[in-house]
Design a protein around this ligand. Structure first.
Ligand code: PLP
Length: 221
């Protein structure tokens, strides 16, 4: 599907659910994608991108940023504590805040650097052992902890289990955000972004539907 087609589907989903036009931003997830495909999307004027790995983003994005100074880059993948500083220098937002140790490191480095990316707390709504994120039951407490550290927490992010209907997970995430006064909801991917828009997503993270399948050789991610 083209970028334009995705944007028009997001617009239609906003209208169908009575949301304001433009309420949902599209994060183009460019992980593992060939440079040529990314160039094509930048060339169409899109500027908001997501990556999963610090090293990959460090290899790719400084050069694009030289060419397009209004690029906005979000970190979507699990963040190792020892890569926090580098991530804070590369990304405008980090969507994978998921544990106290990372929160403390972000707070310490924010003091030192004098700035901090916008943060989303990842919630493991499906309670999947292999997935990152705080549990739904522990989310309120973790949000309070992050706020007590003065971290700029804007919202929540989730990745529902592949084998389940996403809507209940989106509803759960929206409930947690609402009762904690958080306005940003990052939810919805290529297969379910329209459903996420209907449930209040303020950003959807769409990769393969925009860029095509990620090359097979890199599938370990
Ligand atoms: C890869 C990824 C996406 C995009 O997935 P698609 O199915 O290609 O749209 C979204 N969010 C996260 C966290 C991802 O890792």
């Amino acid at each position: 599907m083209s970028l334009k087609a995705i944007l028009s589907k997001i617009g239609a989903a906003e209208r169908a659910s009575g949301r304001i036009a433009g309420a949902t931003r599209l994060i183009a997830v460019s992980k593992m994608q060939p440079a040529q495909r990314i160039a094509g999307v930048l060339d169409q004027g899109h500027r908001l991108f997501g990556e999963n790995r610090v090293q990959e983003a460090a290899d790719k994005w400084p050069a694009w940023r030289e060419k397009y100074d209004d690029v906005e880059l979000h970190m979507l993948g699990p963040l190792q504590t020892n890569k926090t500083r580098q991530a804070m220098q590369l990304f405008d937002a980090i969507q994978s805040l998921d544990r106290p140790k990372l929160a403390k490191t972000l707070a310490r480095l924010a003091q030192e650097l004098g700035r901090c990316p916008t943060l989303f707390i990842q919630v493991n709504t499906g309670e999947e052992a292999q997935k990152a994120g705080v549990s739904a039951a522990g989310a309120d407490e973790f949000i309070a902890r992050a706020r007590a550290l003065d971290l700029p927490v804007a919202g929540l992010m989730c990745i529902p289990p592949l084998d389940q209907k996403p809507a209940p997970h989106f509803e759960l995430l929206a409930d947690i955000a609402a009762r904690n006064g958080l306005s940003e909801l990052s939810m919805g991917m290529s297969a379910d972004f329209e459903c996420a828009v209907a449930h209040g997503a303020t950003c959807v993270r769409v990769g393969s539907a925009i860029f095509g399948d990620r090359p097979e050789i890199n599938r370990e991610n």
